[in-house]
Design a protein around this ligand. Structure first.
Ligand code: C2E
Ligand code: MG
Ligand code: MG
Length: 687
């Protein structure tokens, strides 16, 4: 016994002696020399307090003869201070006649390490149970020998089963699987069982209350000695993950869609167009022909400016719908810019068919769109190009369609053109003309002539209108009708207006340097210049206190609504000392409604209203009515275009302030106007 580390003890109740072996002592770190007493209260003090009472009771019971043999585990304090787990087995070896024990012999085993392992195991099991509970896994176990499955409570909960039946027949599970997932799931499970590989699949279940959940099933077969393998598996309710993934997928798809579509019209955007055409080019055979069509809306900006952005948006949405309806299945429509659309025909329609489509588009788009009681009228210019086979240069077809579009616009808008090589020459010409104008400004060829304006009563010079001229080295002096249409086409009109203002202020500086007392000079301001965001800043940049400037607003026919941005601009200009006048008053270019919006300091009655005076004296009545309207708004009145003495005589009775016309003076170069001023005594010396 000593050899197998068993501590042996012997208790003689007659002599009341307690004898222990060396191993008993070693277990507890007790020295050989130390006397071991009969287990008494003092001895029990070195037993763990939690085990003390139990040990005492068992030992007493044996000494009193109640039990022949006992087995007990308790903790005994080692001499070094730590606890030693003792497994004690004791038997009564001899008794007296009354059955009271005379001799009890026991063996003690140090089971501390076993206890530690048991403890570790208990801890691990606890952790595992916690983890399983937290994971929400339901566990099942299938024994093929009994064809029964054990479902734990969590699994029953996942399946919405409330009968508490943990042991269930093998095929019951299948009755819960969603009919659409049943075949696939059963096939997978069967295949895994056959090959003894792990089951791993997702499927839907229908709970008894009809609700649908997404379940992930994982299972493995576990080999057993002398029996067919068991299947152990878990089910996890992954519905929330599934729904979240589904939502994420939807959001991802939405983002993907948004990045390729225009939010306003729902049409594909430029990115989508690029992808679509690249795909098309890859699919094209050598003889396959296709068409790219560019559509640009005419006067769209006007709708935006006069009726507001909501009206503009409405018009774009209507245009998109019309284009889609017209193209039906024959082509794809894209919105590639503010008011620019592209249509791609993967298969080339016949020339007649293309013409028919273009005509239908122009007709349909020029029909006014109603918005909040207003008619929004726009037009459309179309250019298209035909391509054949995979292109060497993928952007060429788009450039060609653009060239054709430009040709349509140049031909007067609201029409269509098919690309041709000759167009390119025309386009080059346009580009050259544009560059020529830019160069002309830089080289000082764009100048002004000044047409004097006279006081209607005293006929003194009270002002002049600056009229732009191009002193062209090849063609001589060009009037605005020779180059402003090209400037408009090339979007250079605002630049020309700015250039003219600089020219006029510089000229006033020169006149001031010559000691001349110059009058107010009127410069013409186109609608495009008035709309430019930079107008106020650039004017402030140029203007100094001594400059005397009037802005004649052209094309004011569309200024018939209060526009806060315009009001702000006009106020800022007036703060700089600029007078504001409406040009061409009474003609189609200027409206009476614009009076209310602009509240001009003056108006210029248009030449077209003055001209009939020569033959029709009653025209004076029309002029009088116009003058009255202007006066009601407190505006000064200039009559322009007085070409003949008859006209001049006729307006003598008209209530107006200033006169301008060939019969008084033709437009003249700055130097001549300066001479006129000097001749009229407008010099500082004389003042
Ligand atoms: P507008 O502003 O109404 O200028 C008056 C035009 O009438 C000038 O023509 C002037 O020479 C012409 N005119 C003056 N008196 C008579 C007359 O008795 N009989 C006739 N038949 N014509 C007369 P111009 O210089 O050819 O300018 C034409 C138009 O070009 C201007 O009309 C104006 O709309 C535009 N324009 C001129 N300069 C500029 C400019 O600097 N910027 C802008 N945006 N437009 C300008
Ligand atoms: Mg004018
Ligand atoms: Mg005018």
């Amino acid at each position: 016994m000593e050899h197998i580390d068993l501590g042996v003890w012997d208790y003689d109740t007659v002599s009341n002696t307690f004898t222990v072996s060396d191993a008993w002592r070693q277990m507890r770190g007790v020295d050989r020399a130390e006397q071991i007493n009969v287990p008494n209260d003092e001895w029990l003090n070195s037993v763990h307090p939690d085990d003390r009472e139990k040990l005492k009771a068992v030992f007493r019971g044996q000494v009193e003869g109640n039990s022949k043999s006992i087995v007990i585990q308790y903790r005994h304090r080692h001499k070094e201070g730590h606890w030693v787990w003792i497994l004690c087995r004791a038997s009564v070896m001899a008794t007296d006649d009354e059955g009271r024990p005379l001799k009890i012999v026991g063996t003690d085993t140090d089971v501390t390490h076993v206890k530690a392992r048991e403890n570790d195991l208990r801890e691990l099991t606890g952790k595992l149970q916690l983890a399983i509970a937290a994971s929400g896994m339901g566990i099942w176990e299938f024994d093929p020998c009994t064809s029964q499955v054990h479902w734990d409570d969590k699994l029953l909960e996942i399946y919405g089963i409330t009968d508490g039946q943990n042991v269930r027949s093998e095929d019951l599970w299948e009755t819960y699987i969603h009919p659409d997932d049943l075949a696939k799931t059963v096939a997978h499970t069967e295949a895994c069982r056959k090959s003894e590989s792990d089951i791993n699949c997702d499927f839907r279940i229908v709970r008894p209350d009809g609700s649908i959940r997404h379940v992930r099933s994982l299972a493995r077969s576990v080999a057993r000695p002398n029996a067919e393998s068991k299947l152990i598996g878990v089910n996890i309710d992954v519905s929330e993950d599934y729904f979240r993934t589904q939502e994420l997928e939807l959001a991802r798809r939405q983002l993907e869609h948004d990045s390729r579509h225009d939010a306003l019209t729902g049409l594909g955007n430029r990115r989508k167009l690029n992808e679509m055409t690249l795909d098309l080019f890859n699919r094209l055979g050598r003889t396959d022909a296709y068409v790219v069509m560019h559509i640009d809306l005419d006067h769209f900006k006007r709708v935006n400016d006069t009726l507001g952005h909501a009206a503009g948006d409405h018009v774009l949405a209507v245009v998109a719908r019309k284009l889609m309806d017209l193209c039906e299945d024959t082509a794809d429509v894209f919105r590639v810019g503010g008011d620019e659309f592209t249509v791609v025909f993967e298969t080339r329609p016949s020339d007649q068919e293309l013409e028919r489509i273009c005509e239908a588009m122009i007709r349909s788009l020029s029909e006014p769109a109603r918005f909040e009681g207003n008619d929004c009228t726009i037009g459309a210019s179309i250019g298209y190009a035909v391509g054949q086979g995979p292109p060497v240069n993928t952007s060429e077809i788009f450039v060609n369609a653009d060239t054709a579009l430009y040709a349509a616009k140049y031909a007067g808008r609201s029409c269509f053109r098919a690309y041709s090589r000759e167009m390119e020459a025309a386009f080059c010409q346009f580009e050259n003309a544009r560059q020529d104008l830019i160069d002309a400004m830089a080289n000082g060829q764009i100048i002004c002539y000044f047409q004097p304006q006279y006081d209607a009563h005293t006929l003194e010079v009270v002002g002049a209108e600056a009229l732009v001229r191009w002193r062209c080295p090849d063609k001589g002096l060009l009037t605005p009708d020779k180059f402003l249409p090209q400037a408009i086409e090339a979007d250079l009109l605002p630049d020309i207006d700015e250039h003219v203002l600089r020219y006029v202020t510089q000229t006033q500086d020169e006149w001031a340097a010559q000691g001349l007392l110059y009058p107010r000079i009127s410069v013409n301001i186109s609608k495009a210049r008035l709309d430019a965001d930079s107008l106020v800043e650039q004017t402030r940049d140029v203007l100094q206190n001594h400059h005397l400037i009037t802005f004649e607003l052209l094309e004011t026919a569309f200024l018939d609504r209060i526009d806060t941005q315009l009001a702000f601009k006009l106020d800022a200009l007036r703060d700089m000392g600029i007078r504001i006048e409406l040009d061409d008053f009474g003609s189609g270019h200027s409206s009476i409604a614009a009076m209310q919006v602009v509240k001009p300091d003056g108006v210029k009655i248009d030449r077209s209203l003055v001209e009939p005076l020569t033959t029709k004296p009653s025209q004076l009545l029309t002029l009088r009515s116009l003058a009255k309207i202007a006066r009601l708004e407190g505006a000064a009145i200039t009559v322009e275009g007085l070409e003949t003495g008859i006209q001049l005589a006729a307006i003598r009775d008209l209530d107006c302030d200033a006169l301008q016309g060939y019969t008084l003076q033709r437009p003249m170069p700055a130097i001549e106007f300066a001479a006129l001023l000097a001749k009229n005594g407008m010099c500082q010396q004389q003042a």
